[in-house]
Design a protein around this ligand. Sequence first.
Ligand code: NAD
Ligand code: LMR
Length: 328
Amino acid sequence: MKKPVKVTITGAAGHIGYALAFRVASGEMFGPDQPVILRLLEIPQALSSLNGVGMELEDCALPLLHDIVLTDDPSIGFRETDYALLIGAKPRSKGMERKDLILENAKIFAAQGRSINDNASGDVRVLVVGNPANTNALIAASNAPDLANRQFTAMTRLDHNRTMGQLANKTNSLVADIKRVNIWGNHSMTQYPDISNCLIDGKPAYDLVTRDWVIDHMIPRIQRRGAEIIEARGLSSAASAADAVVDHVHDWALGTSENDWVSMSVMSDGSYGVSEGVVFSFPVTCKEGEYEIVQGLDLDELSQSRLKTSEKELLEERAIIQELLPKG
Ligand code: NAD
Ligand code: LMR
């Protein structure tokens, strides 16, 4: 039997946390032979509800779930953890942009970055989901002086999956046959869903869809999809977000499929001319717990200008929270 992996979920009594915890515990994230210990972290006001989540987990009698820790103390929640899934934060409501949450949510990620630094495994991998996710990941990384920036990522996998879903519908194909879509930039209205390199059942996607459809319909739809769901549900996406968390961490830990890549927001290393010091979504491949940004893709003028727009927004977000970045 393998040694259990410790997984911390913050905001575990919230909508995404509730959809996620059971999937991690049942083996979907790390595979059917990998036991897990769940460390569920909430704020004091949500502890009663968190206790209910703990009871339900117990009632599932999941063979891979070796222990459950329920707490409102970050030093317990992050103790020796291998994976920290930072979900707990305020969601936006109708009419807001994700960056409108920045002042309210940013401090959570500064404190959690420090606590992860002091309590987690030295090899911890962090995924930030709470919005604005990219800038919150930058804050968490900057408050963890003993950890490497590459241990911190933010989630654009939901946008990636949304792009595959839209393409599958439009071309009447199976999602399983779609490869090499990717999201560039920020998890926001400026993100750039790119299908220039996409293959559908081995054929270039652009043989099956027109550039006008991509520019006038697909890209704006993906950029607005979060808001479209809030309009429809009165609440932000939760099950699809939890699903994307499972995908992101699964692929980071266990590797991406051959001849394909996924979208992850990671600390920019200057690839594709993107400024260092912002957490930007790139196409990446993963192997043995490490990601690499896919290099050498051609970017036409339109793509380059879209990347610049998203980079500019991330630099503006960074300026707003500059005082929360002790590493500089
Ligand atoms: P929710 O309000 O249902 O749940 C959030 C939970 O976090 C609550 O239970 C709350 O008590 C808890 N929480 C708040 N502060 C905390 C802290 N400091 N420590 C631990 N727990 C804390 O919200 P939700 O629908 O689960 O969404 C959570 C976040 O995820 C929001 O910011 C939302 O915008 C974001 N989100 C991101 C993506 C993405 O693709 N990156 C997708 C969907 C939602
Ligand atoms: C999403 O993309 O669904 C989330 O970021 C929630 C939101 O506010 O749009």
